[in-house]
Design a protein around this ligand. Structure first.
Ligand code: NOJ
Length: 521
């Protein structure tokens, strides 16, 4: 399946996550007939296509919002969250915002609109006003639009921040943040009071008729494991799987910009807990990367000396978990973070707003802010795909919208497809293994060595077939001290990331191996 990030008409303030027309294609990407041709060709190849869909908010240029903001008594006023200034405060003065909520893209989550002297809610940028899902007309308009895409033949949706759509209508202030300026309103909108009801309604109205052929994945920042079971239990009719964020938050301190090195034991505890919790009911999605996360080989691997080995190791570990694996463009090439030196290199609204806020409001030294962007900016994952070693990496003959990573000369698709030992070929082998070995797709999962700081090890089992995965997350040799090590060491080696085989379970730097045994039942 192919997942497309948003291609709808958009002012592109947030790379298309600010949609101004849900039923079209932005000219920067093409036309609707070209989209139809893409869909036909995808289907002809036996593949499917999933659209990214952003319905927690629209662009402020969407006609729904233009109408809503036009007057207090507009028939669509209630389609968004409008509120007057806080009691006792004069409109526009500091602290007059209806709540103290911070926006996920820095600053207040409320924007004063001069036309009517009221504020509107935007959990993301001020050009992304939140839709009011309490209003049944809003929900019906969204469902009608979704059915329109399904009738066109698309095979499902990746639903952006879909666990934010239900808000506590009382809109209470949140606890003050450590810097004392604003508050955290997330307990009022993360998996809010009516979210399951809304998703069940969406399922009935949009998906039920086609449920067998569709894939619906809900992007759900800060979703808990308990809620994920509810969201993905097929009997409840909500979504097929969720994108959860726990494992990609393990290197965060007080915020994502406050970097902490990953501890492998934390990663195992987190992913192992999700594997266990969704073993009976529901389903996991598996990912290291997407357009919001730094490149995994730079983040949890080694993008220097062991780039190829660690990229293959990370792929091996992820793809052997139980769930649906996702590959983000360039991950299969072992693409790395961007070496951006200056704020002018960045394009991402989250990064730019964070920089402006830190410099302007908190007076943080620019070097310190740039150091955080270097590690965590979303632009790390957004540099052009490296097709070939040429100046713009084969991405464009024009000027790319964001600089190409200079390591295109070494890391590119042309080189990877020609080299049988590349990361790309390893990913193909992993995907093939899942297609051919039922134990990878549906076997159960048992984590081993939870306290080992270097070796990630687990077993998959389906009837009499068992797979052992061992992976050394370090540049030093490490023993995989798993139960029955002697038996495993002489069993069939299905796949590894080193060209030669050494006996025993002593793993070389960033080495990963998959063993297979048939067990007496
Ligand atoms: C999550 C998307 O993945 C991200 O790119 C976007 O900025 C926010 N939602 C807001 O739509």
């Amino acid at each position: 399946m192919l997942w497309l990030s948003p291609i709808y008409p958009s002012p592109q303030d947030d790379n298309g996550y600010d949609i101004s027309d849900y039923q079209g294609v932005d000219p920067v990407f093409g036309t609707l007939p070209e989209f139809d041709a893409l869909l036909t060709e995808v289907h002809r190849r036996g593949m499917r296509l999933v659209m990214d869909l952003v319905v927690n908010h629209t662009s402020d240029k969407h006609p729904w919002f233009t109408e809503s903001r036009s007057a207090v008594d507009s028939p669509q006023r209630d389609w968004y969250w409008w509120r007057p200034a806080r009691d006792g405060f004069e409109v526009g003065t500091p602290g007059a915002e209806p709540t103290n909520w911070v926006s996920l893209f820095s600053g207040s989550a409320w924007q004063l609109d001069d036309a009517t002297g009221e504020y509107y809610l935007h959990l993301f940028s001020r050009t992304q006003p939140d839709l009011n899902w309490e209003n049944a007309q809003v929900r019906q308009a969204v469902y009608t639009m979704m059915r329109w895409w399904l009738d066109r033949g698309v095979d499902g949706f990746r639903m952006d921040v879909i666990n934010f759509i239900s808000k506590d209508v009382a809109l209470p202030d949140g606890p003050r943040l450590p810097d004392g300026l604003l508050g955290d309103g997330s307990s009022s909108y993360i998996s809010g009071p009516r979210v399951h009801e809304f998703l069940q309604e969406m399922h009935r109205e949009v998906f039920a008729e086609h449920a067998e052929r569709l894939l619906v994945v809900g992007e759900m920042p800060r979703v808990t494991v308990e809620d994920a079971v509810l969201f993905t239990d097929p009997a409840r009719g909500e979504v097929d799987m969720v994108f959860q964020f726990e494992h990609v938050g393990l290197d965060h301190g007080l915020s994502k910009w406050d970097h902490r090195p990953l501890r492998l034991t934390d990663l195992k505890a987190s992913l192992g807990r999700w594997q266990a919790a969704l073993a009976e009911k529901g389903w996991n999605s598996l990912y290291w990367n997407n357009h919001d996360q730094p490149r995994v080989v730079s983040r949890f691997g080694d993008d220097g000396r062991y780039r190829v080995e660690s990229a293959k190791l990370l792929g091996t570990v992820l793809h052997l978990h139980r769930g649906t694996p996702y590959v983000y463009q360039g991950e299969e090439l072992g693409m790395t973070n961007a070496p951006f030196q200056a704020i002018d290199d960045y394009r991402d609204i989250e990064s730019l707003n964070h920089y402006a806020y830190e410099i302007g409001v908190r007076r943080t030294p620019p070097d310190q802010v740039l150091a955080a962007l270097w590690v965590k900016s979303r632009d790390n994952a957004r540099t052009p795909v490296q097709w070939d070693p040429s100046a713009h990496a084969g991405f464009t003959t024009g000027t790319p919208w964001i600089p190409v990573n200079p390591n295109r000369t070494e890391i590119n698709a042309a080189a990877a497809t020609a080299d049988p030992s590349s990361v790309w070929h390893h990913y193909r082998r992993l995907i093939k293994l899942r297609h051919h070995e039922p134990v990878v797709a549906v076997g159960d999962f048992t984590m081993l060595l939870p306290d080992d700081e270097r070796v990630y090890a687990f077993i998959r089992r389906l009837e009499d077939v068992a797979l052992l995965v061992v992976a050394n997350f370090s540049p030093a040799k490490a023993d995989a001290a798993v139960p029955d090590a002697a038996e495993w060491a002489v069993s069939e080696l299905v796949l590894g990331n080193y060209p030669d085989v050494v006996e025993g379970l002593r793993l070389r730097p960033w080495e990963a191996r998959i063993y297979r045994r048939t067990l007496a039942s």
